[in-house]
Design a protein around this ligand. Structure first.
Ligand code: GUN
Ligand code: ZN
Length: 433
């Protein structure tokens, strides 16, 4: 495969920014070059240096004056909820029972799952998301459709067949043994094929019996290399019901802890209403609390207390949670996340915001050696950002003088229109949609 040379400004982080302009946390090149070969980044540096190092027959693509960054990472999203997004409900449990548990039944049909998978990855790419951690439905067919399409597109994706055996309609439930067997089959069929990662995915404590959570824990012990994803402490009604279902547990977090589901590869959606004890348990286990701002506002679930969790040493990530979340865009997600923190007197700097949706989320997924930066050897998954993509952005851009101001404009007004191009394993894919 011939080499490609991308010409443009670029930004990549090497660590979490500690201040509004922590210049040590990132590398920015005003006249940059990125040399891509065999789906990987070979070198990123000044245009002159990279141009000189790359083969003379490399194909040059000029993205000036746009800003190139690592592709965005969405660590919590629901593939079967493309037709649930924007459903009118008072709260989480009403929303699940009225819409979500009805819609997800359709994914027993492999043709339906395959059709939605096509739209799902089109939408991720349109919005600049090149890696996601996704929930499929309870049906193995939904995971097969998801991974078949991800493989076809050569995307690095994390996903799992949802395990759920109670408190949901019959057609949307499995049994503990079927959940175990089907997850094993999904692992055998898809984990490590292409760039696929299979996640053990018990939906949440309400929809899994103790026996099913125990088998989820057994799977986790058998496959410590796999991610685990579930939901935790999103809504007061959910927490009260969980306490009734698991009276022997100390609290909601303990339900997962005693099943062996916590650890450095565990992704816990929401984590809004946690005690200090629970935050301490998450920190000690290295589990990741996933902030889903558009979802938490849409469902009225509450405000994610980033400062408190960080104070306990809990690892955090930020995600869309479509279809409880209301937008596929990580830029829109940053905008809403910024406001959730503002309401609590907490600040998210623009550098921190873009760190979070690239290297931060890659670290949360333990995938930073592959994605989230422009380091040599990383996957060539990239976004090209246009901060003047529409008139409202262009007029504001006339007042933008610094990189930090440009980032803040992108996160405040940007959406899929600000994503000028997307590269997946070195191939330009958005322009082909
Ligand atoms: N808790 C259990 N399932 C779900 C889901 O699909 N979405 C959200 N937001 N929370 C959940
Ligand atoms: Zn969710």
């Amino acid at each position: 495969m011939p080499s490609t040379l991308l010409h443009g400004r670029f930004l990549t982080f090497n660590d979490r920014p500690e201040a509004i302009d922590d210049t040590a946390s990132y590398r920015y090149e005003n006249d940059g070059g990125i040399w891509v070969e065999d789906g990987l980044i070979r070198q990123a540096g000044t245009w002159d240096a990279v141009r000189a190092a790359a083969p003379s027959d490399a194909i040059e693509i000029d993205h000036r004056p746009h800003l190139i960054m690592p592709g965005f990472v969405d660590p919590h999203i629901h593939f079967p909820q493309m037709q649930v997004i924007g459903s009118y409900a008072a709260n989480l449990l009403e929303w699940l029972n009225t819409y979500t548990f009805v819609e997800e039944q359709r994914f027993a049909d492999p043709d339906h799952a395959a059709r939605v998978a096509t739209h799902f990855f089109d939408e991720l790419i349109r919005h600049g998301t090149t890696t996601a951690a996704a929930y499929c439905s309870v049906h193995k067919a939904s995971a097969d459709a998801f991974f078949a399409e991800a493989t076809l597109r050569n995307l690095r994706m994390v996903a799992g067949k949802v395990m759920m055996d109670r408190n949901a309609p019959g057609p949307l439930t499995d049994t503990p043994q079927a959940a175990y067997d089907d997850t094993k089959a999904v692992i055998a069929d898809w984990h490590g094929t292409g760039r696929n990662h299979v996640a053990i995915t018990p939906r949440f404590a309400i929809t899994s019996s103790p026996a099913e959570l125990e088998l989820a824990g057994a799977l986790t012990a058998e496959h410590p290399e796999l991610h685990v994803q579930t939901h935790l402490a999103e809504n007061h009604g959910e927490i009260a019901f969980t306490r009734e279902l698991y009276p022997e547990a100390i609290d909601y977090t303990d339900v997962y802890a005693r099943s062996g589901l916590l650890g450095p590869k565990s992704l816990l959606g929401h984590c809004i209403h946690l005690s200090d004890r629970e935050a301490g348990v998450l920190a000690e286990s290295g589990s990741v609390a996933v902030f889903c701002p558009t979802s938490n506002l849409f469902l009225g679930s509450g405000l994610f207390d980033n400062a408190r969790l960080a104070g306990h040493g809990v690892r955090t990530a930020i995600a869309t949670d479509v279809g409880g979340g209301t937008n596929y865009s990580m830029l829109r997600t940053l905008d809403e996340g910024y406001k959730v923190l503002q309401l609590q007197g907490q600040r998210m700097t623009p550098l921190d915001a873009f760190y979070r949706i690239t290297l931060g989320n890659a670290r949360a997924l333990s995938l930073a050696e592959h994605i989230g930066t422009l380091e040599p050897g990383s996957d060539a998954d990239l976004v090209v950002l246009d901060a003047s993509a529409m008139p409202a952005m262009a007029i504001k851009a006339e007042r933008v003088e610094t990189l930090v101001e440009e980032l803040f404009l992108l996160q405040t007004l940007g959406d899929d229109r600000a994503i000028a191009e997307v590269y997946v394993a070195g191939e330009a894919v958005k322009s082909g949609l």
